[in-house]
Design a protein around this ligand. Structure first.
Ligand code: FMN
Ligand code: SF4
Ligand code: SF4
Length: 276
């Protein structure tokens, strides 16, 4: 079976998780379509004998919108698909259901799904959130999941492969106090935001920028221009934090107001969840 992967992963955790699953699948033939930096041209329609794998991050309880925009032209014809979402240790809510609807509309049928954990994009030294995830245990668990999918698709009854994510996907539990504290923060933030929108990347010490352009290369939406790297085009920025995590001098920072409440309320270790 030929595998085609479709991935969007600004800070690399969705890609890492995906590659661990691919390792377990051990396909004889794989094509990787990475939509993080470019809109990839039409790859052609996959057939019922192919296998597709989608891997995307969770943004605000939804699939990252840029991922869906870039993957809009992907097509299958009754093609089995593995769906992976990676989230930053808060919650993935109904994101797998959303992704399943998206791929079904394009001719795929979900046969396996996973909610995997990655270091939160907003995590920093002051407010750590799921630092270093996916770690060795996560990757080995994802690889094992890949092996289990490889076993499953040996079954000749292909109709039996299909899964019902809305009905069967396990959901997370959050302690009531953490949930209430976070919801209260979001409500207050939303109220204040209307009057006082936060600034992206206050250039605290722009002179420290060495103009290495690493941030330009890492930015999925071309919000940074070579030669003026200390500036961000707020209209293009999706706040993915790829530039922040990759900047060697620490000039690029994003003081997300969400970092503190996320770090305070979501320290409990979330484990990967699977549906097969
Ligand atoms: C704008 C934005 C919104 C996010 N929303 C959520 C969320 O709702 N729940 C969650 O657990 N993590 C959330 N995260 C964290 C990411 O899902 C997480 O860091 C993921 O590992 C990033 O994937 P990537 O490394 O492939 O870019 C959000 C991150 C960003 C940038
Ligand atoms: S990565 Fe940092 S140091 Fe390099 S150009 Fe960008 S802002 Fe400047
Ligand atoms: S400028 Fe915005 S979109 Fe570009 S890498 Fe940085 S956070 Fe992501």
């Amino acid at each position: 079976m030929k595998l085609t992967t479709y991935c969007f992963s600004p800070t690399g955790t969705s890609r890492k998780n995906m590659m661990a699953v691919v390792k377990g699948l051990n396909p004889s033939n794989a094509t990787h379509c990475d939509y993080t930096y470019n809109n990839i041209k039409d790859e052609g329609t996959l057939g019922a004998e192919d296998l597709a794998l989608f891997s995307v991050p969770v943004y605000g309880g939804k699939v990252a919108p840029t991922a869906l925009e870039r993957m809009a032209q992907v097509r299958g014809e009754n093609t089995p698909a593995i769906l992976l979402v990676t989230y930053g240790n808060r919650n993935f809510e109904q994101v797998l259901v959303q992704l399943a609807d998206f791929v079904r509309e394009r001719g795929f049928r979900p046969i396996a799904a996973a909610a995997l954990v990655g270091e939160h994009s907003y995590s920093n030294a002051q407010y750590p959130i799921a630092v270093g995830r996916p770690d060795a245990a996560d990757l080995s668990s994802a690889e094992e999941f890949g092996k289990r999918i490889a076993d499953k698709i040996q079954d000749v009854d292909k109709e039996a492969w299909e899964i019902d994510i809305a009905r069967d996907m396990p959901q997370l539990e959050t302690p009531e106090a953490s949930l209430q504290a976070f919801v209260a923060f979001v409500q207050e933030y939303t109220r204040q935001q209307q009057a006082n929108p936060v600034k992206i990347y206050p250039a605290a010490a722009p002179e420290a920028c060495i103009h290495c352009s690493v941030c330009v290369e890492l930015c999925p939406t071309q919000a940074i221009v070579v030669g003026c790297e200390e500036v961000t085009d707020a209209t293009r920025c999706i706040r993915c934090c790829a530039c922040v995590k990759g900047c060697p001098t620490g000039v690029r920072t994003f003081d997300s107001p969400f970092a503190k409440p996320l770090s305070e309320n979501f320290q409990m270790r979330r484990e990967p969840l699977y549906l097969l």
